[in-house]
Design a protein around this ligand. Structure first.
Ligand code: FES
Ligand code: MG
Length: 574
């Protein structure tokens, strides 16, 4: 039983003393209708809510916040709901990734400057997950993550539709002339089935699984669909647990370690998760002063089987995964690989948490001797075009293209790609290597999800459905195809990608983990000497802060000044 001395609570420094400032803090709570009994000697538990009418994935968060509040009250805490910036993938331009670090800063400072003893972090849509974890880790205040949960599976006619993935797929069919306007509208009406995050294994579900495996949310949280009754119960349970965490002082620094980060990485590989998880995990590790490298990721990739058969790399959807037993059941099949001694927010080890979890359906959560891929679901490539590395989700690619050499077709930026890609005169064949640059952290800016370059219409009409594509961009976790991503250093930072020309031969060899640009070193140097100057830093505002401080993809794209933690650094109370 933890020591329940209320004078040890952080909030006591605001509300406890008999002085003028504390009088002010207390009297203004009274002005909101609270009596002493509502808050005195109780942990103040913040519900950090990323609800917004502009974030389509979090539309159920108003109700969920009330359910979290119920749990906090049940356990004797004082709940306070605090809105923080919402990053909704669907409506933000140019990309939510531009703002991940801004939300991380907001979470860190909101936690630091208020009388908060513990926090429930309510996020889900892609970047909200890493951003909230990064902020909470740096503030080092007891925190527990409540994921939004995936949407229900979508149906259109007799087809089961998956978020994102089927948009790309049917758009290609529409371009190829195989889908009429009415059917396209029918898909639009059906594909967003309910509140919640994308129900494929996109970035949101990947990060929810990674978060649960790292011990940052309650067991079962990651796969529970947003709108089932169990999600409400999960919210209330999370609220109850947050109160206990305040008494136990269960801070991120007490349970987040290099081993738990490895658990997160292995989980992302075992579920065939989004390539974005790599960037986010490097940034999360950076907040813990852990130097996570792409090499570590590749080491784990070589030993981790993909056993979650979930789209886009597999066949099923998140609701199926939930019904098959969810993440605990999947992790129970990997206990020999995982660091099972790691602590979790539930107060027990990961091993204890997953012990006995039952797989209901071996089709969805495969057995170890029948994996979707035995290893190497996502691979690190290196070579003269990507000296600091790049990644490819090989399980979502056409196996025939994993060793491929072809001539480059280079697009200098996204607008020129959009303008030229469907031009009937574009000199392109199925063997060409499509290259997009100025799409990295600095180039776009914001490191958008442009990495699954569209295929030229004339090739789609001829039946081509995959080609080798290369960029310094990311791609959506719902995307697929032979897409080499996150090339570092990026073109806008003067990386080799900035010097490639049409017709240069490019070779990828995924089994050997190499990428090679068949141009001599002398030619590269002469092109570098003639290259134009790098893009100027913006004059003002957040864009300037971002451009001056964002790190490259292989370093996690955090701001350089945000690495590490500064716990207990809240401003003086007087
Ligand atoms: Fe929000 Fe996919 S758009 S999770
Ligand atoms: Mg996404």
């Amino acid at each position: 039983m933890p020591d329940r001395d209320p004078t040890q609570l952080r909030s006591h420094r605001w509300f406890g003393p008999d002085d003028m400032r504390s009088f002010g803090h207390r009297s203004r709570l009274k002005a909101m209708g609270f009596d002493d009994i509502d808050y005195q000697d109780r942990p103040v538990v913040a519900i950090l809510n990323t609800w917004s009418e502009l974030n389509t994935c979090h539309s159920h968060f108003r109700n969920r916040a009330d359910e979290v509040r119920r749990g906090i009250l049940q356990s004797g805490g004082f709940p306070v709901e605090v809105p923080v910036m919402s990053l909704g993938e669907m409506l933000m331009k140019p990309t939510t990734m531009l703002y991940r670090n801004l939300l991380a800063m907001e979470v860190e400072e909101v936690l630091r400057c208020h009388p908060i003893d513990s926090a429930v972090l309510m996020g889900g849509c892609d970047k909200t997950v890493p951003a909230m974890l990064m902020g909470a880790i740096s503030a080092d205040i007891p925190s527990i993550f409540l994921p939004a949960g995936p949407m229900l599976s979508a149906r259109w006619k007799d087809v089961t539709l998956g978020s994102g993935s089927d948009v790309w797929k049917y758009w290609d069919e529409r371009l190829a002339g195989n889908l009429c306007d009415q059917d396209w509208k029918g898909i639009e009406n059906c594909i967003g089935r309910s509140a919640g995050t994308c129900m494929t294994m996109g970035t949101a579900s990947t990060m929810a699984c990674v978060t649960e495996a790292m011990g940052f949310s309650l067991p079962g949280a990651a796969a529970t669909p947003a709108v089932v009754a169990e999600h409400s119960r999960l919210a209330t349970r999370t609220g109850r647990r947050a109160v206990e965490m305040a008494w136990e002082q269960l801070k991120p620094s007490t349970f987040m370690t290099a081993e738990s980060i490895d658990n997160g990485l292995m989980t992302s590989l075992a579920i065939g998760g989004s390539t974005n998880a790599i960037v986010h995990l490097i940034a999360i590790a950076g907040r813990l002063e852990i130097d996570l490298t792409l090499e570590r990721f590749d080491e784990l990739s070589r030993v981790t089987p993909m056993i979650g058969d979930i789209r886009p790399a597999g066949r099923y959807l998140m609701e199926d995964f939930y019904n098959a037993g969810g993440l605990s059941a999947l992790l129970a099949r990997l206990t020999d690989l995982l660091n099972t001694d790691c602590t979790t927010v539930s107060g027990v080890t990961l091993g204890e948490q997953i012990r006995g979890a039952e797989v209901i359906d071996d089709q969805i959560i495969r057995t170890r001797d029948n994996p979707v891929a035995a290893s190497g679901g996502t691979c690190l490539l290196k070579g003269n075009l990507a000296p600091n590395g790049c990644v490819i989700k090989s399980v979502a690619a056409d196996p025939k293209l994993l060793s491929h050499k072809g001539p480059a077709i280079v697009f200098d930026d996204y607008p020129s790609m959009k303008e030229r890609i469907h031009d009937p005169d574009l000199d392109v064949t199925a063997d060409s290597v499509l290259i997009l640059r100025s799409a990295g952290p600095l180039g776009a800016p914001g490191f958008p999800e442009w990495g699954m370059l569209p295929l030229p219409k004339k090739l789609l009409e001829a039946g081509v459905r995959d080609m080798v594509r290369l960029s310094d961009a990311r791609m959506s976790g719902t995307s697929y195809g032979t897409c080499v991503l996150h090339i570092a250093p990026e073109s806008a930072a003067g990386g080799p990608l900035s010097l490639v020309k049409d017709g240069d031969q490019i070779e990828i060899n995924v089994p050997q983990r190499t990428i090679h640009w068949h141009v001599s070193d002398e030619e590269i140097e002469s092109r570098r000497a003639a290259a134009p100057p790098l893009k100027a830093v913006p004059d003002r505002g957040y864009s300037q802060l971002y451009a001056k401080h964002v790190t490259q993809a292989d370093q996690g794209c955090d701001f350089d000044f945000l690495a590490g933690r500064s716990p207990g650094q809240e401003p003086g109370i007087h």
